[in-house]
Structure formats: structure tokens, C-alpha cells
Design a protein around this ligand. Sequence first.
Ligand code: 5GP
Length: 132
Amino acid sequence: MSSIFTKIVKGEIPSYKIAEDKKHFAFLDINPAAKGHTLCIPKKEVDYLFDLEPDELAALTQFSQKVAMGIDKALKPIRTGVIVEGLEVPHAHIHLIPIYKESQAFSLGKKVELTKDEMKKLADQISQNITL
Ligand code: 5GP
């Protein structure tokens, strides 16, 4: 079954389209965190962003940059923030959220407290699992 975002790309579900090229689509988030909150997606249906092939991820990032530059030019936020969650819709997407004031609530607002030891362990644990 097609994802809700594929249905948007196909026009089976209406959306406020921002931009489209052969492999990507950008549209306003239906439940915006700020004016101009936009989602950028690959037309290819992949659930997890980091399961995209490296060239596909690069292309989506470049598409998102162009869209963000359009948001910045049109809406003049302080800057446009980027969030990737993907917990609700299993079709990879990048949230572009214009930030209009320093105090604007963002989902990065909630912090966890960690000791220096825990930070060191985490850094080691992650770095040992990276292949460059
Ligand atoms: P996430 O999967 O990153 O947690 O969030 C999915 C995002 O997609 C949410 O911000 C939600 O508002 C948005 N969304 C879900 N369904 C629709 C839809 O049918 N149309 C649009 N434009 N946005 C949607």
C-alpha cells in the first residue's frame, strides 16, 4: 500500500505543494510547528532516511537546501531549522522549520542529563561502530 506521502505526490491526497523535481517533492506540513513548516521527501518510498543510498540522501539534502533557501527568501526567518523524526509517517522526510525568534519552542528543547563518564562511554560506543 502506498504511503500517505506517495498519495500526496500522486495528487490522491491534496497538499500545499512548494516544489517538485523528478525525484523529490516538498509541501507544507499539515500540522505546522511554525509558518512555512515544510516537508521534503524523496518520491522513492523508503521508511528510514538513513536507509537511502548515499547519492539519494545527498540529492534529497541538496533539494532541501534549495527549498530552505526559498523559505528564507520568502519568509525572512532568523534561519530555517532542520529536523528528522519519522515516527509518524514511514516515508523518509526532512522537516524544514523556519525559526522566527530565538525562544521558539523546538523538539530539541527537552534535554537528558548525563555524567562525563556516560558521555565518554557513549562517544566510544558510537565511534567504534562507524566505518569511514
Ligand atoms: P514525523 O513522521 O516526522 O514524526 O512527522 C510526520 C509529519 O507529517 C507531521 O509533522 C505531520 O503533521 C505531517 N503529516 C502527516 N500527515 C500529513 C498529511 O496528510 N499532509 C501533510 N501535509 N502533512 C502530514
